[in-house]
Design a protein around this ligand. Sequence first.
Ligand code: UD1
Ligand code: CA
Length: 457
Amino acid sequence: MPSVEAVILAAGQGTRMKSSLPKVLHPLAGKPLLAHVLDVARDVGVVRMHTVVGHGADRVKEYFSDCADISWVDQVEQLGTGHAVLQAMPAVDPDSTVLVLYGDVPLLSPQTLQSLIDVVSPESIGLLTVNLEDPTGYGRILRDQDGHVVAIVEEKDATEEQKQVREVNTGILALRAADLNRWLPALSNDNAQGEYYLTDVIAMAAGAGMRVESRQPCYPQEVEGINSRSQLAGIERWYQLQQAEQLMAGGVTLYDPGRLDIRGSLVAGQDVTLDVNIVFEGEVRLGSGVSIGPNCVISNALIGDGVTIHANSIIEEAEIHDNATVGPFARLRPGTVLEHEAKVGNFVEIKKSHIGVGAKVNHLSYIGDSDVGERVNIGAGTITCNYDGVNKHKTILESDVFVGSNTSLVAPVIVGAGATIGAGSTITGKVGKGQLAIARGKQRNLDSWSRPKKNPQ
Ligand code: UD1
Ligand code: CA
């Protein structure tokens, strides 16, 4: 089998986006349009992506500068889709199969692309078409009496009769590089738009006696190009709804499939319950029986079985083990690990800390750079003073420590197993195992004292 290379057209300006950001960098489900195209190409085994850029080329190249499988092609003047593909051909392996894609058509499925690649042979090329209720603006597919595709005519060049055709060109095709190398240099721009049309290779293929095999996508949204912010929003909703359907099919309860956003990948076990307005970012895994309340943002997190996350919690790069409880209004920052049955309550921020099995941080606390042992109980308003203005220091609370409310733990500090800290303490030194530490002003009660009185005017 010849290798498959992609030519991705992304040189257009995207005027209707009315944006300083190049169109193909606008995010769909948290990822630039062009990144979706690159990913689906990789999914079908494309080894090189020849990406044709023009408007905003520098920013696009910079965004993808880590992708070694992209080879950039500059198209300074946009003289048409045929001209764009021609610019890429010198770098394309002449023995390969070429898949022509578009930087602003983000949601093609691998199945659809594979069906197109599979028909490519020395006798045939693959063309993706779709039937639309309203075909206005698209190139129309022309077929002969036997139903064979013989040409594509652009809207602006079409006769009234041709405009009645509702089967349209998606622009996506698969064919041998050798054929493109023969046909592209022969294109002319003698048409209504004065452009070199890639679509003219269809008539060339038919004229050379080759079969043009048409395939159709599973969903019309797969081939929808994004030209405006309204279309972008429409396709985002469609994509999110598809993901919601998949989750429900896998045993997840969604209180409202229309109010869920997955910007990355979400893997969920059985009997997970998701309330409304949850945003998942990056890679998130949920065990079975997880319940998440409304208005949570969860990024790159591993969440075990039976975990409950209450409303309005923000979780980023954290690991939460089985049956732990978080929130409402909790913030878990990168490097947080909650062990089994741990409890983090309201208005608690935790950063880069390990919270042991069954430990509790229930109210209004900041725990940073800490190691909190099993069954430790941290009282309301406890703060780890982990930063001295220059360096970060560690707080270690061994198992079964009890920290009274409103305690400041000035790191570095170690509190031994089973120790107790009196409420309102400022702990600056080591506390031994089982000791009681109290570090606060002593209470004085004065009898001979009267409140100040207002001066008479
Ligand atoms: C093209 C097809 C049309 C099809 C439609 C589907 C041609 C001649 N027509 O029309 O049959 O129905 O797509 O959306 O191919 N581009 C470049 N360089 C260029 C020209 C275009 O990179 O010189 C890129 C654009 O950024 C855009 C894409 O190619 O993403 C399509 O170009 P556009 O000129 O918009 O083609 P359409 O008129 O939409
Ligand atoms: Ca277009």
